[in-house]
Design a binder for this molecule. Structure first.
Ligand code: NAP
Ligand code: ZN
Length: 351
């Protein structure tokens, strides 16, 4: 069908309206009318070609909430009218060891990203959630628990990326009631990470480069805030964390955070800035058997589990709802690192 979105048509340009045709429905596909879409910093990295992989025109958006309005003849998972979510993943090889383990984000053939990718069967370009409609295979459309349907539907959108990207490593590294967790960077991912770690019972500290975010960090449930430029405070907290989750979207010095970890503890990177990290101080790892790890979103199965966990604990994102015409403004504010929450676009307003 004919759809409309907000695309960046060429490198360096702003987002502007763009018409496209969604792919024809296959047997197991669903056609979704998009209601809400969150804005993740990865959308900006790709929009600006910071990962050198962007194919223009590109319509970003991978924190999608929408309504199923049509189905392929064999699609059974969702009914017409169901509210569903779509995150980063809309396909994978299904055969490699990672896919067989339900870890398709680590697929040997690389999973199919919801945008900036090609549909392997039709050869059509995949356009993301800053648009009116999307077609995906039904198994990649998540069921949205009833808790969110009443009042918090827009605020559930960021769970599809920011939520799962923070939940997955916290679970993998077995964060629980006795864990002393530091969240580095208080943006979209960071604010979700505080909520997730709190719900898992951890004692949470926010480590931020922005003094102005202290109050917000405490409101979110952090018991302490460390300003990363405060050398005295950073020194005071040496060897005091079991786990650090680094959500920073810009190149930064990892060494100062490594020193905060106690023996055998892990610094897990989820932030994905455009450049390589340099000048890693090996002695900081070796002398305390510390580890650096990374984590990529989470699988479709784990995303469904995370949605149920959030419904149970009444966790949703802190959001600022904007209209599609305001996406460029939102990109700008995110880049100024002013936003300790998520922008969500009201896609119902697209015309
Ligand atoms: P965001 O809302 O922009 O938050 C990033 C935070 O990083 C900022 O709020 C800021 O926090 C900190 N920061 C930014 N520039 C900085 C600088 N120059 N120096 C120090 N700190 C700085 O971004 P997001 O949507 O949360 O995404 C964060 C990162 O995660 C992005 O790189 C994104 O691509 C990546 N990501 C990865 C995955 C994955 O699967 N691994 C999934 C989604 C997103 P403070 O002001 O508190 O310091
Ligand atoms: Zn994202």
């Amino acid at each position: 069908m004919q759809a409309i979105g907000y695309a960046i048509k060429n490198e360096g340009q702003l987002l502007s309206p763009f018409s496209f045709t969604t792919r024809d429905l296959r047997d197991h596909d669903v056609l979704i009318k998009i209601l809400y879409c969150g804005i993740c910093h990865s959308d900006i990295h790709i929009a600006c070609n910071e990962w050198q992989s962007t194919r223009y025109p590109v319509i970003p958006g991978h924190e999608i909430i929408g309504e199923v309005i049509e189905k392929g003849p064999l699609a059974q998972k969702h009914r017409i009218g169901d509210i569903v979510g779509v995150g980063c993943i809309i396909g994978s090889c299904t055969k490699c060891p990672s896919c067989q383990e339900h870890l398709e984000q680590y697929c040997d053939q690389s999973f199919t990203l919801v945008f900036n990718s090609t549909d392997p069967i039709s050869g059509c370009e995949n356009f993301g959630g800053f648009s009116s409609h999307i077609v995906v295979e039904e198994s990649y459309a998540l069921s949205i628990p009833p808790f969110f349907l009443q009042n918090h539907l827009a605020a559930a959108a960021p769970l599809l990326c920011a939520g799962i990207t923070t939940y997955s490593p916290l679970k993998y590294f077995q964060i629980g009631p006795k864990s002393r967790v530091g969240i580095v960077g208080l943006g979209g991912l960071g604010h979700m990470a505080v909520k997730m770690a709190k719900a898992l019972g951890a004692e949470v500290t926010v480590i931020t480069s922005s003094e102005t975010k202290s109050e917000q960090a405490l409101k979110l449930g952090a018991s302490k805030v460390i300003i990363s430029s405060d050398e005295k405070c950073m020194k005071l907290h040496r060897n005091s964390f079991d786990f650090l989750l680094d959500t920073v979207s810009h190149v930064h010095d990892l060494n100062q955070y490594l020193d905060l970890l106690q023996k055998d503890a892990t610094l897990c990177l989820v932030g994905l800035p455009q450049k390589k990290y340099q000048d890693l101080q090996g002695d900081l790892l070796i002398t305390k058997r510390r580890r650096i790890a990374g984590s990529l979103i989470g699988s479709v199965k784990e995303t469904q589990e995370m949605l149920e966990f959030c419904a149970l604990h009444q966790i949703f994102a802190d959001i600022e709802l904007i209209s599609p015409e305001e996406i460029n403004m939102a990109f700008e504010k995110i880049l100024q690192k002013k936003i300790p929450h998520r922008f969500v676009i009201n896609m119902k307003e697209i015309s």
